[in-house]
Design a protein around this ligand. Structure first.
Ligand code: TTP
Ligand code: MG
Length: 347
């Protein structure tokens, strides 16, 4: 039976977030990234795209092409925050979500009875409700076609490519859209007058095999709209925690702090190893009457530091007003962020 795959991709993501956070930028050519000789454009609003500004373009060229462009610094932490809201919506639809980047993912909704087009509209409306941003949705029976579909009516598009539409829909398209054909091969093919998928399908078999080697079979299938790659679900780590039931109930704060210290060390070590940072620290205790209490603190910056996590955890423990003996103590961190992403904030 045919699969039901959805590909979603936020529109002009970083620039749109800037426009939502500062509505006076709406309708204006916003360029996120540096305008200097060393700066690079991360993305720009559709208004700036009209001038030929593109992602990865040197900032000074973008400034020449679009003299009215409003250059803004990259606020990666903020885009990550919005991305988390969007991914929460996706994970509410299904667990089979494969994130591709901060603003893009595949979903396999084959096992959901609701039609994929209704799911697509649902995602669009939920994303808009939560973030005031638009997302483009592509629906098809495989990843390659779903991704092609999401790009079809950007921005704010929704497009279905069904089985009857292929390979006709693919034939006139540029070979540049075919995932797996590198820049060098594209140049080579253009040089011999091959520009479209149809041109490529007409190439002699030997030439095709010579060019694409062991990728030939997969690529040829893709040109016909066949792509059997599964959606690889990749659950995000949402929190990281340690807890223990004590060998005897206690109200000895020093003893409890000793556990908080062990947990903080372990959590800090894991955060560092996985290049993750955290903003929220939570402690949990269970009293001898089996009641559970939690207390959290969210700080203004991300951390993976043992000292910081431990000292916050100890303060939280002291703040919980417990009149009973404690039988379980736990510590967790949440509100996680990718460290590499944080470092980009300073670029
Ligand atoms: P994209 O989804 O490729 O671009 P986009 O969302 O800005 O625009 P579109 O409507 O065409 O989808 O990338 C998502 C974000 O990733 C983008 O907003 C900025 C960032 N990015 C870079 O920082 N550098 C790059 O070269 C690209 C392509 C994207
Ligand atoms: Mg995008």
């Amino acid at each position: 039976m045919s699969r039901k795959i959805i590909h979603v991709d936020m529109d002009a993501f970083f620039a749109s977030v800037e426009q939502v956070d500062n509505p006076s930028l709406k309708g204006k050519p916003v360029i996120v990234g540096g305008r200097t000789s060393k700066g690079v454009v991360c993305t720009c609003s559709y208004e700036a795209r009209k001038y030929g500004v593109k992602s990865a373009m040197p900032g000074f060229i973008a400034a020449k092409k679009c003299p009215n462009g409003i250059f803004l610094p990259v606020r990666y932490w903020r885009y990550k925050e919005v991305s988390n809201q969007v991914f929460d919506i996706l994970y509410n639809v299904t667990d089979i979500v494969e994130p591709l980047s901060i603003d893009e993912a595949y979903l396999d909704v084959s096992n959901i009875t609701t039609s994929p087009i209704d799911i697509g509209h649902y995602i669009k409306s939920e994303v808009f409700k939560k973030t005031r941003l638009t997302i483009s949705v592509g629906i098809s029976h495989n990843k390659f076609l779903a991704k092609l579909a999401s790009d079809w009516n950007k921005p704010n598009g929704i497009k279905v490519i069904n089985e009857e539409m292929v390979p006709e829909i693919l034939k006139p398209l540029s070979i540049k859209i075919v995932y797996g054909i590198g820049k060098k091969s594209i140049d080579k093919l253009n040089n011999i007058g091959v520009y479209t998928v149809n041109d490529l399908l007409k190439l002699p078999k030997d030439y095709f095999i010579d060019l694409f080697k062991n990728q030939s079979w997969e690529l040829y299938n893709r040109l016909l709209g066949i792509d059997n790659r599964p959606v690889h679900p990749n659950r995000r780590t949402k929190s990281l925690g340690r807890e223990t039931t004590l060998s005897s109930n206690t109200d000895d704060i020093e003893y409890l702090m000793h556990f908080l210290s062990l947990f903080s060390k372990d959590i800090s070590y894991t955060l560092k190893k996985q290049y993750i940072l955290s903003k929220t620290i939570t402690i949990k205790i269970k009293t001898s009457d089996f009641f559970s209490h939690t207390k959290s603190k969210t700080i203004h910056h991300y951390t993976d530091s043992y000292d910081e996590i431990y000292s916050i955890a100890c303060n939280l423990l002291k703040e919980i007003n417990i009149n009973d003996d404690i039988r379980l103590i736990g510590l967790s961190v949440s509100n996680l962020s990718d460290k590499k992403i944080e470092q980009l904030t300073f670029l």
